[in-house]
Design a protein around this ligand. Structure first.
Ligand SMILES: Cc1cc2nc3c(=O)[nH]c(=O)nc-3n(C[C@H](O)[C@H](O)[C@H](O)COP(=O)(O)OP(=O)(O)OC[C@H]3O[C@@H](n4cnc5c(N)ncnc54)[C@H](O)[C@@H]3O)c2cc1C
Length: 292
């Protein structure tokens, strides 16, 4: 619990090994060992909105689909038999709110906001009651710009520092941040439960203390590396916290409601709480909709 499992549990779920379900660590190890590319790491070559979301939008639109931004789901309206009558979409940024009707309805919301929108009659159903046991874990993401190069490693790094988790020098790993002279570190700060409410300055100070230990040659001596600028991104409820027993609480993509389906990394699929897991849940959900 102080070497590999510490690094793994913090990277996989932003919590320490004494809290995480062994299922998560064993599942990840199993994938690494059994799948040819299971342990492959890759980076987007730019920011997610342009390099991840826009290509998905283009793909959907090229196939005749539509993507509506700034259109949050505010209420799931029901028919008398408990099936979905409409999704009520909120009006933000000057837009009008409206009711969206469809043959099949999918929620791909994270589990915490979805629970807040559960219609009253559904709350008694076992599948939705179980969601009470799934709750997002707090995590902090840090972006740090330095005045010099701290490392030449072109890879994701796993830390077993008590405060830091995975990190990478984006000036090397990511084309958009490429800089031959200065490092730009992106770090996951975890476990974050005792830090999420603290001011950014305190979080940065604690992080710099940890970096001092990771890069002693750069931060010690007469001419220590300096931080040029930083950004602290706090996510109080991120991926669901995978504590022992929570695997049984995860819902399937189909629900007892005939025209309502679920997608998202917290729904049951084999890739844990990850981007791959979210994508796979979407594929399983699409399959369930087309079979219904
Ligand atoms: C700091 C951090 C680092 C991570 N690093 C990695 C990593 O390196 N690799 C990896 O595979 N995974 C990583 N993850 C996990 C990964 O981000 C998640 O597993 C993945 O994003 C889950 O996808 P999702 O579609 O289920 O949910 P989300 O990505 O959370 O998408 C849900 C969407 O629903 C929207 N939404 C919420 N409420 C409403 C509403 N009322 N109406 C309409 N829309 C709504 C949200 O805005 C959001 O866009 C990381 C997560 C965090 C927080």
């Amino acid at each position: 619990n102080d070497e590999v499992f510490l690094a793994m549990s913090k990277a996989l779920n932003f919590i320490d090994p004494d809290e995480i379900s062994a299922t998560v660590v064993l599942t990840a190890l199993n994938r690494f060992l059994q799948e040819k590319n299971g342990s492959k790491m890759a980076f987007l070559d730019g920011a997610p909105p342009e390099r991840l979301c826009q290509p998905v939008v283009d793909y959907v639109e090229n196939l005749g689909g539509e993507v509506h931004l700034d259109s949050p789901l505010r209420e799931i309206k029901l028919n008398e038999d408990g099936s979905v009558a409409a999704f009520h979409i909120g009006g933000v940024k000057g837009k009008d709110s409206f009711d969206l009707t469809a043959d099949a309805y999918v929620s791909a919301l994270p589990v915490d906001p979805f629970k807040l929108l559960l219609p009253e009659p559904w709350k008694q159903m076992e599948v939705f009651q179980k969601l009470d046991g799934l709750r997002g874990v707090p995590v902090i993401n840090l972006h740090l710009w330095f005045d010099r190069k701290l490392t030449d490693i072109d890879h994701l790094l796993f830390s077993r520092s008590p405060l830091l988790s995975v990190y990478a020098d984006m000036s090397i790993t990511c084309k958009e941040y490429e800089d031959p002279d200065k490092s730009m570190l992106e770090l996951v700060f975890a476990p974050a439960k005792d830090w999420i409410g603290r001011p950014d300055e305190e979080i940065i100070e604690a992080t710099m203390g940890e970096l001092n230990k990771l890069f002693p040659t750069h931060f010690g001596g007469d001419n220590p590396a300096t931080l040029r600028k930083y950004k602290v991104v706090k996510t109080p409820l991120s991926v669901y916290k995978t504590t022992p027993g929570c695997q049984q609480l995860r819902p399937d993509q189909t629900t007892p409601i005939k025209n309502f389906f679920l997608a998202g990394d917290y729904t049951m699929q084999r890739y844990l709480a990850s981007m791959e897991g979210a994508v796979l849940s979407g594929k399983l959900c699409a399959g369930a909709v087309s079979q219904s």
